[in-house]
Design a protein around this ligand. Sequence first.
Ligand code: SF4
Length: 317
Amino acid sequence: MSAEPASLGWMQAPDHHHVKELDIRHDRAEDGTIKFLARLEDGHDIESVILPLKGRTGRLRRTLCLSSQVGCAMGCTFCETAQMGLVRSLTPKEILLQWSIARYRFDTMIDNIVFMGMGEPLDNVEAVIESIRGLVDQRGPSIASSRIGVSTVGRIDGIRKLSQLVSEPGFGRVRLAVSVNAPNDDIRSSIMPLNRAMPMSDLRDSLVEWTSTHRWPILIEYVLIPGVNDQVEHADQLASWVGDLPSRINLIPYNPRRDSPWPSPSDELVEAFRTALASHGLPVNRRITLGRSLMAACGQLGSEEIRKRKLVNINSR
Ligand code: SF4
């Protein structure tokens, strides 16, 4: 077991007042999504999103999408954040700060946490693990481990480290989501450079390892990009890669980043792909798209403004 989370003392009630003094800007979309941008002590900005989503019972739940890095080193070609490159990783305290802002600045009770904002969480795995310890702590946010999900592009080393945390008492229901986004190595390497070092067969082996230890299914995320990974034969290849892996597939219509060479897919295309996957007996959900008008949807964090700020910092060195 690790020592008490370094951030926890800071998270206790009296210190939340300092959240009110932070430089925070935000936008609200008509669909209820709030995207906020907080300036860190060193002048870098991070973005986070509060998403209102109805659960299976129809009850409105609020999901906080956390950033784990300023920018990202992974270079996925469909992603806005990738345009920034990696500026730096966040500390556990900076990750938890985003929860405090949502809770105390926006007065929002957070039901679910997903590490799906700026950055690859498992590229900053130690800080992410430390922040998860803070999130479940009953003296702090007290969020059930079943309500925390970590989404990775497939950092196999990070998946193994996270698996160690999930083996500890109290963390057994932290969910793993993997952005697969392609039916084969050729397409995956062309849109996700990490795949050249960690190809799909190795990734699958690591997921088999995960599911042999943890009993909750893995979420396979698939961003459907027109003209890239949208053919019925791609659905067939993906289904064969998934095979009997305990998982469900989340089909995500592509949200065009700035200057994107690809449009978003039509409803018909998404439905045809979903049907093709489902014909293999795989459980498939289609994710609803919130926050598109704010550039707050999946793969769209990392604003022009942040990128300009990075340039200012570099030039002033
Ligand atoms: S999709 Fe995720 S891992 Fe890939 S560049 Fe964007 S933030 Fe990084």
